[in-house]
Design a binder for this molecule. Structure first.
Ligand code: NCD
Length: 309
């Protein structure tokens, strides 16, 4: 399938991976590959609002870097303590203000559905940088870009998701997207952190091939990509439940000996003990590549939504 020649993203919100067709995704990946190599000043007259109601390092800073590489200015906050939200101002009023100050809003919020709410309130495009355990569509674009670059293709790969599949928004978005590319998906989760039923039903309805197991070793030889995630401690209501599963899996160089030689080990980061540091220097390491690719992909997202490519 070919990507669209004409920008299909201009003026659009990116709230969920479901907002993007396969053609939209291929268009963005193509633009990202192009913008990875140079920094045209496409956005010198644009202001990006960066509203982070939840901690972030890569997502916020790579959006920031992407905007600045293209000549845009960035306003916003990464801590609500310094804003009028602290005085009790509503989310709605905050968005109604900021839409008048910026040309696009990038938002991360702990509550599921808040990016959609912002989009409903705003006349300028809204990009979801993570809403609770729901969706993280721009991370998915970074992940797809990295898979394509490292494996040479997106179609027909066997991808294992290991970790917190219940609360991990990056998994929820990426699994849906991989369904567009004839992936075989294997979900590997500790007890209680399995992929939620609603996502499994969605994959079923789209005839995506998937299976579930709690035994990583039994599928190790089949995987082209192993996507590892952090247990999302902040989403647990009961810390005792977190303690039960914390540290229950670790990918190490020694363990990788049981996998395909060229398995790509991915992680959206931050990692805790899920991936041992001895994997960092192996050819299988993909997670720092993801973090690096984030800038090119987010340049493509901003330039496309703002209609400059
Ligand atoms: C992820 C997130 O925020 O969902 N991080 C990221 O954006 N790269 C993953 C995580 O926090 O575990």
């Amino acid at each position: 399938m070919f990507f669209a020649k004409k920008n299909p993203l201009k003026g659009r919100d990116i709230i969920s991976i479901h907002d993007l067709s396969k053609e939209d995704i291929l268009y963005l990946l193509h633009q990202a590959a192009d913008l990875a190599t140079y920094n045209p000043r496409l956005l010198p007259d644009k202001i990006i609002a960066s509203l982070f109601f939840e901690p972030s390092t890569r997502t916020r800073l790579s959006f920031d870097a992407a905007a600045k590489r293209l000549g845009a200015q960035v306003i916003g906050f990464d801590n609500i303590e310094t804003t009028s939200l602290k005085k009790g101002e509503s989310f709605k009023d905050t968005i109604k203000m900021i839409e008048q100050y910026a040309d696009v809003i990038v938002i991360r919020h702990p509550k599921e559905g808040s990016a959609q709410l912002a989009a409903d309130l705003s006349h300028v495009p809204v990009i979801n940088a993570g809403d609770g355990s729901n969706q993280h569509p721009t991370q998915t674009l970074v992940d797809l870009y990295t898979i394509k670059k490292e494996k040479g293709k997106l179609e027909g790969l066997t991808v294992g998701f290991l970790g917190d599949l219940k609360f991990g928004r990056t998994v929820h978005s990426l699994a849906s997207a991989l369904g567009l590319f004839n992936a075989n998906i294997v979900f590997i989760a500790p007890k209680g952190l399995e992929m939620p039923e609603e996502y499994l039903k969605e994959l079923q309805s789209k005839s995506v091939n998937f299976s579930q197991t709690s035994d990583l070793q039994s599928v190790a030889q089949t995987l082209d990509v192993l996507y590892v995630t952090r247990i999302q401690e902040e989403r647990f209501k009961n810390k005792k439940d977190y303690k039960k599963v914390a540290g229950s899996y670790t990918i190490s160089k020694e363990l990788l000996a049981n996998f395909k030689q060229d398995v790509l080990v991915m992680h959206p980061l931050p990692r805790l003990e899920e991936i041992n540091q001895d994997v960092d220097d192996t050819p299988n390491q993909g997670y720092f590549k993801q973090a690096g690719n984030a800038v090119a992909v987010r340049k493509a997202i901003l330039a496309s939504v703002l209609g400059r490519v």
